[in-house]
Design a protein around this ligand. Sequence first.
Ligand code: HEM
Ligand code: HEM
Length: 141
Amino acid sequence: MTHNLRSRAWFRLAAAYFAVGVMLGVAMGASGDHSLFPVHAHINLLGWVSMALFGLIGTVHPSINEGRIAAWQFWMYNVGAPVMLGALALRIKGFQSAEPLIGIASIVVGCSVLLFAWLVFTRIGARPESLSSATRELRAS
Ligand code: HEM
Ligand code: HEM
């Protein structure tokens, strides 16, 4: 996947999680049943907030979206996060057997975040990439 498509995917996912997270918040407020608040909080924070940041950081620094490690970071996050959130919702609603799945999925998300940190530390140089590509376009025109 090219860098722009990866950031676009993050933005679409962020918006989708935002819609679901806020609808759950509204439903909690309307019903007075706040039991799913940790699910609501983490849909919004792991989904909307973190995914929008992945998309924005990948737009400013496209090199963090390139290659196999970036693909692993993307897919581990996007498998781990929904499984973690779904299992957490089931656990809160009384399905104790979902507990190990929360743990496993959290570790997958945690590994994805470690890969993200590695990408940021190794790929982002001192010069903003978007600025250098804009400069290239100016020179080419
Ligand atoms: C219309 C939008 C929203 C509604 C109606 C809403 C509603 C709620 C409700 C009812 C609770 C439970 C409060 C409690 O029982 O203590 C809650 C908790 C929370 N919400 Fe939202 N929420 C909305 C948007 C958001 C957004 C956009 C975020 C994050 C970006 C967010 C993050 C949180 C967090 C972190 C908590 C847990 C707070 C705590 O630890 O007590 N919410 N929200
Ligand atoms: C795999 C990733 C994550 C795991 C396993 C995790 C786990 C947890 C746990 C165990 C709690 C305490 C819940 C309680 O005491 O009832 C918590 C609370 C909280 N976490 Fe996370 N967290 C993760 C990611 C994040 C991220 C990325 C953010 C912010 C961007 C965040 C923000 C919060 C907030 C605001 C609370 C307090 C509200 C609540 O209890 O739901 N978490 N988290």
